[in-house]
Design a protein around this ligand. Sequence first.
Ligand SMILES: Cc1cc2nc3c(=O)[nH]c(=O)nc-3n(C[C@H](O)[C@H](O)[C@H](O)COP(=O)(O)OP(=O)(O)OC[C@H]3O[C@@H](n4cnc5c(N)ncnc54)[C@H](O)[C@@H]3O)c2cc1C
Length: 408
Amino acid sequence: MDFEYGIIGGGPAGYTSAMMLASHGHSVILFEKDRLGGTCLNKGCIPTKTLLHLSEVYKQTLETPNMGLDIEIKNFDFSKVAEKRDLTVEKIRKSLELAVKISGANVVYAQANVVNKNTIKAEDKEYSVGEIIIATGSEPRELKGLEFDGKFILSSDDVLRLNYLPKSVLIIGSGAIGIEWARIYSNFGVEVSVVELAEHLIPLADIEVSKRIERIFKQNKIRYYLSDSVEKIENKVVTLRSGNVIEPEIILCAVGRTPVKPDVSCETILGDACGEIQLAHYAIHQAKKFALGIDYDKNLIPSVIYGEPEIAWVGLREQDCGEDCKKITLPVTALGKSWCDDSTDGFIKLIVKDNLIAGAHIVSKEASALIHEVLIAMQNKVTADDLKKVCFAHPTYSEGIFELICRV
Ligand SMILES: Cc1cc2nc3c(=O)[nH]c(=O)nc-3n(C[C@H](O)[C@H](O)[C@H](O)COP(=O)(O)OP(=O)(O)OC[C@H]3O[C@@H](n4cnc5c(N)ncnc54)[C@H](O)[C@@H]3O)c2cc1C
């Protein structure tokens, strides 16, 4: 046997398993056909959040006259933004490559195929391994009649390669990817329309979260069409089932991702390839469980959608609640910090059952951080009475959680 573990795919699931196993003394070989970091680092989480940040800086700069600063933007060159996006990814990738090397895992940059349960083939060479781990990720899902052409109908991979801003975009799907791109483009002044098959934006979120985001989109002049879909496209003219006609410069189709899996059966499949929860932190947690035996509760995986304001949730939603649930909501306007930050749109909502938090839904600046305070309480079954004893600093958004807990 050449190696104890052979891992195919160098995204969060693959590199986390590789580093954890190798640093615990196991011999590991990791195969990656493209770049280490996978979708998350190269085509997902990191480049989109970089663009989101830069788009917010752009928008805030345009709004500086409200703060007494009259800044004149003489020139705006989106290719520099694209450069910054790529540099950020590169910097993180270099650190990751180093970390993997230090862990002692071996990396082969090549397409790998499973030959049998103990053999992997890459570049005409066969590697015998004790166990194979599939961490091959996922790819953008294509809709019939809306096949990606890389020019007019784009996937989330294609849109990240653009080094210019279109004048207008139609986004199909309002999950995390669709919402974040709507925000990025809208901040940069691009005309954005979103079409969603479900009755509300972000169909997986708590209903109040969806409705608030719809209101915020309206305020930001992002058009959206609900319970609707694309009926036909002729000469770049899009007709929706509702009869509405849109003429976007590009279409971004963001309707989910399809797992990439080998045809042969494998016992260990981690990350997006499983087709379960397609999030980087879920992939990382699955890898931790595999490598170190650290368990997790699948019902306590947080969801976050970035932008201004952030959206985060975990656990039971309004639409899942029975009579035994208590719902308590605080508008962020009740928090001094939101006024200091000029970020007053949003709310913190807790769903409480038997004196324990059963769900949390937050639309607020810093929601991505706040959700973990609630999550730690949920994971450890900390009662509302015990949470009341915690002293929350002022002025913060966390005070909102304290305020709500005191109402239980
Ligand atoms: C636009 C976008 C934004 C996102 N934002 C977030 C976010 O903010 N937060 C979050 O948690 N998640 C986010 N995600 C999801 C996240 O990127 C994925 O859940 C995560 O990357 C899954 O990790 P993985 O290791 O399972 O797969 P991947 O990251 O897809 O990695 C799989 C790797 O396997 C390699 N590979 C495949 N087949 C082979 C083969 N035969 N041989 C060798 N190598 C192979 C691929 O090249 C790839 O590098 C986002 C996704 C997208 C598309």
